[in-house]
Each structure stands twice: as C-alpha cells, then as structure tokens.
Write a protein that binds this ligand. Sequence first.
Ligand SMILES: [Zn+2]
Length: 229
Amino acid sequence: MVALGSARVREAVRHLQEAIASGRWPVNSRIPNEADLAAELGVGRSTVREAVGSLARLGMLEPAPGRGTFVRSLSPVYGVLSDFAGQHSWADLLAVRKALEVQAAELAAVRRDPGAAEALRQLRAAHAADVEGSAGTERGAAPGQFHSLMVAMAQNRLLEDLYAALMSALRSGVAAHQVCSGQVAEVRWAEHEALLAAIAVGNGSAAAAVAAAHADHDLREVKGAVDDG
Ligand SMILES: [Zn+2]
C-alpha cells in the first residue's frame, strides 16, 4: 500500500489501486478523466491529481498529455522493476525487449486454450484501430497496445510483468513511445499483419522470426539516434 500525502489522498490512491487490481480498468485502458473521478470519489480535483501522480511515480499509471491517463501495470512492484531497468542503456533495454517479444510471439502462436480466439480477436482489433490512424486518440488503441496484447496473449505472467516494467522504463525517457512508432507505417503494418497471420495459423517459429525482425527495426532506429546525437 502506498503511504503518501493526506488521508484523503491515501483514500483516493486506495480507490484507484482497487479499480486497477480488480480489472475494472485493465492494463492499457484509459482511466476516467479528473472531473469524473473527483465526482466518483467525492473529492476535489487536486486530490485526484495527487493520487494519480502517486500511482504514476510507481509506474502503475501514465499520464499522456492530450490523450488522457493510461493504466500501465497492476502493482507498484513493476515500478521497482522499471526503475531498475531504467538504469541500463536504450540499446540494452531494446535488446531485452526483443528477446521478450520473440518469446511472447512464439507462445501466443502456439496457445491453444479456449481464450486464445478472443485474445487473437483483440489483437486484430488493436491493429485495425492503429491502421485507421486513430491510435492514441479518444477512440483509438492505447500507444503500444498491439505489442502489450501480444505479450499478454502469451499467458506467461513473469514475461508480461518484465515486459511491462521494460516498457515503462522505455517510455520514461528519450525513447518515449518509440515501440515501432518511429517506423515507416507501411512496414510497421505489414509486420503486424505478418505477426497476426503467423499467430492465427499457430506457426510459432514464423511468429518468432517476424517479431525478431520487427524489434530489430527499433534497435536500428535507436542506434542511429544515439550515433547522430
Ligand atoms: Zn510493432
């Protein structure tokens, strides 16, 4: 439990944590705006702002200016992991992210349980929203949602937690929102479609190969940015 600020702020923090932990606000979803939360909790907007700020510092929420505030992880543990990850170079972070995504793509493709079809449907929907150019808008998928959903589809909680921590560290710095968002759109969509196709037919090695190539594009972008700077 987080012990910050006044009793009123602590109570607001507890309320927000409960909404996240219970799944009412899933990871990557946008939480209600400040005014709605203030009304729901029966507190002032400054109290809501302070509570949201507390959870943002713990890596659970991420305010995205102009787009709202997104749920990024289920517990503060990821904040600790994220701080740890943040002590490493971008190249190292992206290399480990690649390893996690390759493994996630393979696991997602070979998943056979009853929930697999619904997970694939959500992944397709996130891709469709991205292609429509609505990513990050009020109606579009959250930034990076396609990748987060693919990692969640792998159903390996440790992998998912490590990935969330890594992404939080990546988002907090110069590589903010850089997960494949810096790539040429046509290449990006083609690779996401290749991933979807490989996962849909259950081809684990093909999914892993596409995920590796896709992550390599980001690695090259960051290397170029570091070399230029
Ligand atoms: Zn991508």
